[in-house]
Write a protein that binds this ligand. Sequence first.
Ligand code: SIN
Ligand code: FE
Length: 300
Amino acid sequence: MQVVQIDEEAMGEEYGREMCRSLEQGNILVLHNSPFAPPPEDAELLRSQKQSASSAFKNIAYKPHINKTTGISDEKGMDAEAVHRILSAYSEGALKFLEALLPAYSTLWKVDYATFRPVEEQGRDLPINRRNDLMHVDAFPTRPTHGGRILRLFTNIHPDKPRVWVTSWPFEELIKRYAQDAGLDEVLKMPASLRRSAAGFAHKLGLKVPDNTAYDDFMLRFHQYLKANQSFQNEGKVDQTAFPPNCSWITFTDSIAHAVCSGQYALEQTCIVPRRAMLQPDMAPVAKLEKAAGRRLSAV
Ligand code: SIN
Ligand code: FE
């Protein structure tokens, strides 16, 4: 994994393709001054909101497609209207920046949520599956990507503390070491028709179930498996990177195993980039897993 500084002066089609390729290779792109970060008074207002560390909500999420903010747990300690306004402005600015930086992706991606992460991550009391301080690859239980990539832009809005990440080996190495133990074969054995009929049945009952592909099923397992694997957590730490205040960083969090070991107050915007938008499709986790499995894992 390399940390690559974004050169704003160079932005354009060709530079954009270079940046896409770098992301697909598993690197983190970094921008030290974030023009889309909230102005100081809004950042201060966000930081003053009170969210308990053990809240049922892990983050506060702005959902652009319905223009709603969810996860505000304690109405008394929070100015819901201001949080919504600041998050929606951040989302708009972050997406404009990503569009200018990565034009090859922006016409095809699906805009996902923007989040505010108000709680100190060091020593945060959450169940294993929801902990961010254990290295993992990202996979969303309710929003399958069907082989698409999870592209995330983070911004540290702490006034003086860095947000510190640890990252691990390349995805291919993770597969080699752990895919079988994590249950790749079991996922492969599950017939697609069974998966589809389970989804159809739940749909008939009025339940909302995601239409997972084999890829999505495996990635959810892998997320949990890596978090629970103590020897991976102990031995798999390869790099530690500190992102200073007002810094933004962009990466594909479905392929880079990451954990945040300390830091408070971050904003984040997610986009799902479909498989067909990749400049080096063979490097995508879905392609690496298909190679290991010897068959397709997602029809898309
Ligand atoms: C994560 O995606 O695991 C959390 C990263 C962060 O909040 O810095
Ligand atoms: Fe994550």
